[in-house]
Design a protein around this ligand. Structure first.
Ligand SMILES: *Cc1c(COP(=O)(O)O)cnc(C)c1O
Length: 484
């Protein structure tokens, strides 16, 4: 049933407030304002306090969230966000700190940011950092601006950035926005990039190779060390999209692998909530030689004092007002301190174990792995065999999962896999939940084989039934109209 909008609950004269009698004389607005500027009737809902509470509680209960059930959205690392993060990020001193507070009066916040920056350097094996970028994509963009600034300073005219065909869509977008031209590198049949393929594309126009590792099939790039070597011989930079770091923390460091620069997604790997357009944080970590090319201001320790410093050089640049999304940094900081070095390593290992366990128990000849290699923290299945046999697509499976209380996995990404379902359980799911998820997938496959028509009706239990995807995107109904 459709939930009424709050205007439909409205009853003339009903109120959610009671104000004391006012002893201030009434004035007529029209004595002060031109009539044409005065609205005679404002259509606001007239509801009681209980009406409001019930209305919004009802709406909130319709939201899917990690608190309700598993959220296997591949590439997004939808792990549990510990409540302690929220609690500490809302400490009065943090929450009410104005961004223009002078450094002498915001020492605690500066200290936290500095310690976070140092921990992230240690985790990634890098020498320099900026915490400013507000999301992963913003971090990519910042990293690419640093690369552009570096080659500009060397007076080298490099305009191409190589990107695998399995890349996240933000990669080529960031490359374009930073003024480079993306050139696509084909993955081999196992879904990884070979050194030979890179060799074919190298020239003195290549500024960088930008690669997610483990890649979007969840596979650690087997030839990455050799690839980085030939990039460096060519004077090009190795950029790692670190959105998949949940598989690597405490086990392998991008800096040790040979990467020159990486962005992290604090809102994925480090347990800050994301989705719904909330704040994110995409710190960029780089080798020493790129330090001067990171944006201003820089967070530095000088004579025992932590401060934000802008170089003021003509080629310095800013990417955001102030210094990034502080509350997300607090959450990541708390998470890091809570887990410690050993805890972080265990986190990655559990994430990899969970993904591999789940992959193993979803066995179906109709849902096949996108690669023969062993994935790390996530895996991609292709529903192509099921589609051939029954006409049921990855989309229908995802809708069937909604009816069984799960969030859908990521679909139709990476683009190199047809009918892709990308599944990332993360370390925070228990064996019992993974078993239930696999059972739901098995049940759905069974229905696909026997009664495919039933599946095409899914979802039948969620608050919104199946929509016409194209129309929903092109003609969204965002406004309630009386009598509609
Ligand atoms: C999520 C993601 C991004 C972009 O990060 P945002 O924080 O969403 O901007 C980039 N690359 C990969 C592989 C990702 O999973």
């Amino acid at each position: 049933m459709r939930t009424p909008v709050i205007f439909e609950r409205s009853r003339k004269g009903r109120k959610a407030y009671s104000l004391p009698y006012s002893d201030i004389p009434e004035y007529k607005l029209s004595d002060y304002l031109n009539e044409s500027l005065i609205r005679d009737e404002i259509e606001l809902p007239e509801v009681s306090e209980l009406d409001i509470l019930r209305h919004y509680s009802e709406l909130a209960s319709r939201n899917f969230s990690i608190e309700k059930n598993m959220y296997p959205l591949g590439s997004c690392t939808m792990k549990y966000n510990p409540r302690i993060n929220e609690k500490l990020s809302r400490l009065k001193g943090f929450q009410e700190l104005h961004p223009l507070t002078p450094p002498e009066l915001s020492k605690g916040a500066l200290q936290l940011m500095y310690e976070l920056q140092e921990m992230l350097k240690e985790i990634t094996g890098m020498d320099s950092a900026t915490l400013i970028p507000a999301a992963g994509a913003h971090g990519e963009f910042t990293g690419l601006l640093a690369i552009r600034s570096y080659f500009k300073a060397k007076a080298e005219n490099r305009d191409i950035v190589l990107i695998p065909d399995s890349a996240h869509g933000t990669n080529p977008a960031s490359v374009r926005m930073a003024g480079f031209t993306p050139v696509t590198i084909k993955s081999n049949s196992d879904g990884f990039i070979t050194a030979d393929e890179i060799r074919k594309h190298l020239s003195f126009r290549v500024a960088a190779f930008m690669v997610t590792n483990p890649n979007t099939l969840g596979v650690f790039e087997p030839e990455i060390a050799e690839i980085i070597e030939i990039l460096h011989e060519n004077g090009s930079i190795a950029y790692m999209d670190g959105a998949n770091m949940n598989a690597l923390i405490g086990i392998s460091r991008p800096g040790d692998i040979g990467f020159d620069i990486v962005q992290l997604n604090l809102h994925k790997t480090f347990s800050a909530p994301h989705g719904g357009g909330g704040p994110g944080s995409g710190p960029v970590l780089a080798k020493k030689y790129l330090e001067d090319h990171l944006p201003d201001p820089k967070l530095i320790l000088e004579n025992g004092t932590i401060k934000l410093q802008s170089s003021g050089e003509s080629d310095s640049y800013r990417i955001k007002l102030f210094y990034g999304n502080f509350s997300v940094m607090v959450k990541a900081y708390v998470y890091l301190l809570m887990l410690g070095k050993e805890g972080l390593e265990k986190t990655s290992k559990m994430a990899v174990l969970n993904a591999n366990y789940l992959k193993k128990i979803i066995k179906s000849e109709y849902l096949v792995s996108a690669t023969d290699l062993t994935p790390m923290h996530e895996f991609v299945l292709s529903a192509e065999p099921l589609k051939k046999k029954t006409g049921i697509r990855a989309l229908d499976i995802a809708k069937g999962l909604l009816d069984r209380g799960f969030h859908a996995p990521t679909m139709y990404f990476p683009l190199i896999v047809s009918e892709a379902l990308m599944i990332e359980p993360t370390e925070t799911e228990s064996k019992e939940t993974l078993d239930k998820f696999a059972e739901a997938v098995r049940e759905i496959t069974e229905i696909a084989l026997n009664n495919p028509e039933d599946l095409r009706k899914a979802p039948e239990k969620s608050s919104c039934r199946r929509v016409d995807e194209a129309r929903a995107a092109r003609e969204p109904v965002l406004k309630w109209q009386r009598g509609r």
